[in-house]
Design a protein around this ligand. Structure first.
Ligand SMILES: [Zn+2]
Length: 340
């Protein structure tokens, strides 16, 4: 597909989702649609989709939107690849767990949330694709925070249109599938930056079972010690050596990482509670958990009988997509971060 088609279809998707699109982008899209059959039928598909009462999408539409979004993500990456690659070794030479690297990984996470607003109808797909990108649009720390709080950043060829998100971030409906998590020793990690120099990741820590964002059968791949002492690991996948950062939340100034009882090794699998905790039968956590305070984000945390709160706590299902737990439909369990 031509880049112009990809841009047009991303713009049309955004407009269909009621998002703000700059006049310039809208005009460019209309002009392109007037002379492009495939893009006309793409728009017609979206119209049909809007008329459907059920959640079914016309054949091939989801794939095409995914391709469009992937191309936009790839374009962003291409724009920044040079600086990112040049920057990476310098980052790695800094003190372990330097604020700069922390900021980098958090920015990657925030980029996911920004991307989610680009096409709400393919919210999950967008998140997954964005997670794979090694870079996110350059932004100052303050503007990043603003973006994550309430605006969508649509970047096409360096032109940025910041659109206010009108709806309050109401509880996000649980998406059909999860981000590209992996688990290592039952702890949950999310993909972050690609390493420019894979030789910095040594030695091997053990193996991870993963299908690398595909629905195929998982395979056993080695996990390496990360060059950064922030709890991350490195996994060499199809596109190179990638840092996987711990999925964590803050409580009492301590990082708590998500711990999964199930094998999160296929595309879209949500982490579940460790098997020693029976799933609560009540929304208030009983009989397994008891509500006890809240974490640094103000999210209620639940303690388990016989487990001191400092050693672990649970989070209820249905957190917003922006929460570290994502919109996981299951209860999740969190324990103090450990260096792998
Ligand atoms: Zn086209």
């Amino acid at each position: 597909m031509e880049m112009e088609c990809l841009r047009t279809q991303a713009t049309v998707s955004a407009m269909h989702d009621g998002e703000h699109v700059t006049d310039e982008n809208a005009e460019a899209a209309r002009a392109h649609i007037a002379e492009c059959g495939p893009c006309r039928s793409f728009e017609a598909d979206l119209d049909r989709l809007a008329d459907l009462s059920g959640p079914a999408a016309p054949d091939g539409l989801v794939d095409r939107v995914m391709v469009a979004v992937a191309a936009i993500a790839a374009e962003r990456v291409a724009d920044e690849q040079v600086s990112a690659v040049a920057e990476m070794p310098a980052i790695l030479k800094e003190e372990p767990a330097s604020p700069r690297f922390t900021w980098f990984t958090e920015r990657t996470r925030l980029g996911v949330y920004g991307a989610m607003a680009v096409a709400a109808s393919v919210l999950v797909l967008v998140a997954m694709l964005s997670l794979r990108g090694p870079g996110t649009p350059p932004a100052t720390e303050s503007s990043t925070a603003t973006n994550s709080a309430g605006s969508a950043d649509l970047t096409f060829s360096g032109k940025t249109a910041t659109a206010p998100v009108t709806a309050a971030p109401a509880p996000t409906p649980a998406p059909a599938s999860a981000p590209d998590y992996v688990t290592f020793k039952e702890r949950v990690y999310a993909p972050s930056a690609l390493l420019a120099d894979s030789t910095v990741a040594t030695p091997s820590l053990g193996t991870v079972s993963t299908a690398f964002a595909s629905a195929a059968s998982p395979s056993q791949v080695p996990a390496y010690r990360s060059p950064v002492a922030d709890g991350s690991i490195v996994i060499k996948g199809p596109d190179g050596a990638r840092v996987y950062v711990p999925v964590f939340r803050m409580f009492n100034s301590t990082k708590y990482q998500m711990v999964a009882g199930n094998a999160v090794d296929r595309f879209g699998t949500w982490p579940e509670l460790p098997s020693r905790f029976p799933a609560p039968s009540s929304p208030n956590g009983s009989p397994t958990f008891t509500a006890a305070g809240s974490d640094a984000l103000g999210v209620r945390i639940y303690t388990a009988r016989d487990v001191p709160q400092a050693q672990g706590f649970a989070i209820a299902p249905g957190t917003p997509g922006t929460d570290p737990a994502g919109s996981n439909p299951n209860w999740t369990w969190w324990e103090p971060l450990q260096m792998p």
